[in-house]
Design a protein around this ligand. Sequence first.
Ligand SMILES: Nc1ncnc2c1ncn2[C@@H]1O[C@H](COP(=O)(O)OP(=O)(O)OP(=O)(O)O)[C@@H](O)[C@H]1O
Length: 207
Amino acid sequence: MLLEGKNIDFKYGNEIIFKDFSFELNEGEKLVLKGESGSGKSTLFRLILGFEHPNNGEFLYNGSILKNDTLKSFRKETAWLPQDLNIGNGSVKEVIEYPFQFKSSSVEKPDPATIKNLLIDLRLESSILEKSFSDLSTGQRQRIGILICILMNKPLMLLDEPTSALDRESKVKLADLLLNSDRTILSTSHDPFWVERCDRIIEIQPN
Ligand SMILES: Nc1ncnc2c1ncn2[C@@H]1O[C@H](COP(=O)(O)OP(=O)(O)OP(=O)(O)O)[C@@H](O)[C@H]1O
């Protein structure tokens, strides 16, 4: 098993978000967390990534509990697409290249041909590279976020509502690109198009 959540309890103040919640994600699997708005899907990602801490329970990656050093290396193996992508005011090209400039980045700076091909796959014009990221539509921002996650080429993708702002054709392309690959993907969604195409669904019930 690649990733596991064991008996997670989590509260925001007095609001119980998770009570004894567990899940398992196998290598190569496309697991989707489905749940009503406010049920805690995005919170689960923040817990997995260690930005919030469970009151009880633990997450394991490759059998090791995620804390301190294991959490640091886990983050390096993970590409995360948050729901509200707010990643700077530079040009789209700069935003795309930003994560690859750090020494800790295990991936070389992507070459222009790879970026161009992915833009075509995601139904974006190459002229978008010169635009200011903050001027993009929500759907365009989402596709650029997905493009960055793909370029990062990590063993695990955490995708928060990856299709929420996409039109039907972009969804088809995205499903082709990600769900027919051997990547391991944990996503959240309430979009039937995406949910139906994943391998397994876990319903998150509001507490
Ligand atoms: N920082 C926070 N402080 C307090 N409460 C929070 C915080 N973030 C989220 N919540 C609450 O936790 C609950 C779960 O929120 P979360 O964003 O995880 O839901 P979600 O299932 O991802 O919803 P959606 O589908 O609308 O994105 C909500 O009731 C929300 O108001």
